[in-house]
Design a protein around this ligand. Sequence first.
Ligand SMILES: [Cu+2]
Length: 798
Amino acid sequence: MADKMSVVFLLFGVLLTAQVFNVTEAGYNHNVAFKPECERRGDQIPSKCVYNFTIDYRMTGVWYNERRNTGKPVFKTDAKPDQYFYGEQYNCSNISMSESDLDDVIMADGSYRRIYTINGQFPGETIVAYNGTQLIISVTNNLEEEGVSIHWHGIVQRNTPYMDGVARITQCAINPGETFVYRFVAYPPGTHWYHAHLGSMRTDGLYGALIVIDPEEERTRARKETDMTLMLSDWFSTDTSTMSSSVIWELERFAPFLQSSDSFTQSSCFYQTKQHDGTDIGVWPVQSILINGKGTVCDATRDVTVGGYRCNNRLEEFVVPRHKKIRIRIINGAAQYSLRVSIDSHSMTVEALDGNRIQDMEVVDYLIIHTGERYDIEVATDQYREHPIQPVNDGHFWIRVESLEEADQLKPIINPKTGWAILKYEGSPSRAKPFTTPKQCPQSNPCEVLNCPFRDYRPVGGNYYTCIPISQTKALGSIIDRYPVPMPTSDDDFQQIFLNFHFSGSNAVRSSINGHLFRFPRVPPQLYPDQDPLYECDEPCTGDCYCTYSEKLKLNNVIQIVIMNMGIGQPGTAHPVHIHGHHFHVLKIGYPQYDSDFRFLADTDDIRCKDPFCSSAEWSDATWDDYTVWNNTARRIRPPDVNANANTNTSDVGAGDVGAGGVGAGGVGAAEPWIPEINVIDPPLKDTVVVPVGGYVVVRFRADNPGWWFVHCHIEVHTVEGMAMVLQEGEQSEMPPVPSKIPKCANFEMNDKEFDEALQWKPNVANLGSSKASGAAATRFHSLPRLLIPTLCFLYSW
Ligand SMILES: [Cu+2]
C-alpha cells in the first residue's frame, strides 16, 4: 500500500514538474519587431493592428506559473548573490526552477516590490505599427480595486481626443473587470510610448514602448537586430502613491527608514539632492535605475553585496553585429529623475527627439533624458580592439545611465546612482561583464552633453563638458516642410500664454501652474461638456487656488506658450513639461542668471513677474510681444549659433547683455529685432521639454486639433500634487463628437423626493406575471408618449 502511494505521488510529482516548466510569460524583448499580422505584405500596409492588454498585479522577484496560478519567491533576502532557490527545498514548498527560468522572472533591481504589469510583463510589450495603421488595443483591468487608463504618449489623437487615455479628463477610468478598447491612428511616426494616466500607476510598472514606423524611411534601413529600445526608469523602495503622499507631508526626509532597518532617527534623515547648478533634484532617494526593467542596487562593475540586496542580477544585454550602425530608441519612463546616458568607448549620433527627426547633429558623448522624453540615436559598432594583455575593448561595453545628483543639502559630494546595461558585439568572447571605463573628457577635447537642465558645466573631477541646449538642434527639412512653424498674421490669430510651473502657495511648496493647484474636474470634460465639468478658479489667483485650471485656445490660432519655472522659493527643480495632443516647436530656451561657476544666482530678467509666485508674467521688453516685426522684416534670418556666446554666465541669449529695450545690443546682432535668438525657421519638434530652474522655454503650435488636452509636469509626484492643467482647444461644438456608447461616469445624489418615491415603489404584480424580465422597464416607460420612445431609441443608437 505504501509503495502504491509512493508511485502515485511520484507520478503526481512528475506531472507537476511538467507543468512547472509551462510558464506562459516571456521576458521583455527589446528588439523592435512587428507582430506578423501588423507587418506589411509587399507594399501593402495593414489597415489595422490589434493588441490585447490585461493589467494585473505581480511581485518582482517571484516566479509565476500562470497555469497553476502559483508564484514562488526566487531568492532569500539574506542569501548570498548566487543563491537562488534552484531546486531547493524551501520550508513552504518545493521549488523546481532552472537558471533559465529566471528569464521569466521580473527581477527589477533585486528587491521585492508589488507592481502592476501588462500581460504579466514589465515593461509592457513593445507596440510596433506603421504610420497610418489603426491601432486597436484592448485594455482589460484585472485589478482588484483600482481604475486605470492608458495614455499613448506622442500620438496626437487627431479626431479621437477621447482616446487620449487621461482618466478624468478624456475618459472615465476603466473599472476593475472592465475592458476598454482604444482605437486610434498610429501617427506621427517616431519613438513614442504608452503609460497609465491615473494617479501614479505609471511608475509602478504600467508602461511600454510604442514605435510608429515610417514606411518610407523603413525602405532605407534594416531592423530587428539593429533597432532596439532602452526603457529607463528610476526605482524606489516603495510604490509611488506611498511616495507621493510621503512627499506631500514631507515624510520623505525620513525615507531611508523604508529602505533599511533604520527607524525614524535623526541619522536616517534624507536631504534634498542637488544637481550641478546647485538647484534641487530629488526629495526621495532613488534606490536604483532600471534599464528595460532590469537593474541592481550595486556597483555592477564591482559585484559588491549591499545589505540584503542581490548584486548579481542579470542586466540588460544588447547583442549587436559588428561594423554596423545600430539604432537605439531611448525612453525615460522615470517617476522623477533625469538621467545621463553614455556608452563607454562610443559616441552617439542623435537622430530624433520625441520621435521627430533632426538634422544629424554633431555626435554627442552624453545625452540627458528627462522623464517623458525620447531619443533615437545611432551608434557605430566599430570599437572592437584586440589587446594582448588587457582586453578592455574586446566587444563588451558598459551602457551607463546616471542620475544628475552631485550633492545634498549637507554634503558637497554625492555619487550619482548608476544603471547598467551591456552592449555586446556578436562573436565576442564569452564574459559576464565589460572592463570598459567612462569616457575621459580633457580640456583640449571636452565631452558634449545634450539637453542639460542648466546652461553649462564647469570642470568636474578633471573632466570638461559642454552642454548643447535642445533648442540648438534643428529639425530635418522634411519635418519643417510637413510642420512649418506657424506664423500669426494678425493679433486675432495669435495667443501668447505664460505658464509658470512652480512650487507656490502660502507655504511655497505645492506643485502648481500659475499658482493653481490642479483639481480634477467633476466629470471628464471631453465627455460631459454641458455638465459644468470644471471647478472654476478665482482669478486673479496668486498662489493658493485649488481648481481645474484651464486655458481656452481658439481653433486654428497660433499658440505660443512661454513655459516658465520662476518665482520665490528658488532654487527649485527643473520641470519636464508634457503637452498632450500636439508636438510643438521649441523656439527658444532661456536660462537663469548664473555665477561664473554656472551656479544658479537668480531668475532670468527676460520675464517680469507680477507677483512673488510669478503667477502672472509678461516679457520685460514689451517689444518681444510684437511678432509682426519678425514676420515682416527678419523672417529668413537664422538665429546665431548658441555656442557663439556659450561662455556668457547668464542665458543663451545673454539676458544680462540685452537689457529692457536693448534689442540688438550685446552682440546679439542688429538683424535680431524680435525675441533674441528665437528660431522660427527650423526649430526642433517635441512633445515634452525641460524647463530650467529660473528660466523658460518658448514653444509654439497651431491649435488645429480640437479636444481637451492635459498639460503637466512629467514628474509623477508633481502631477499628483497639482502641477497640471487642461487646454480646451476649440469650442465644444468644434470638437469631434464622442462615440455614443463610450462609458460614462458622473457624480450622483438622490434628492428627498426621489428617495421617498423609491421607498414607496412596489413591484407591479400583474406585469411581473406577464413578463418577468421586462416588467420594471415596461412600468417606467408606461407613461411616456408612444411616439417619444422610438425617438429616444433612435437618438441613443445614434
Ligand atoms: Cu515638475
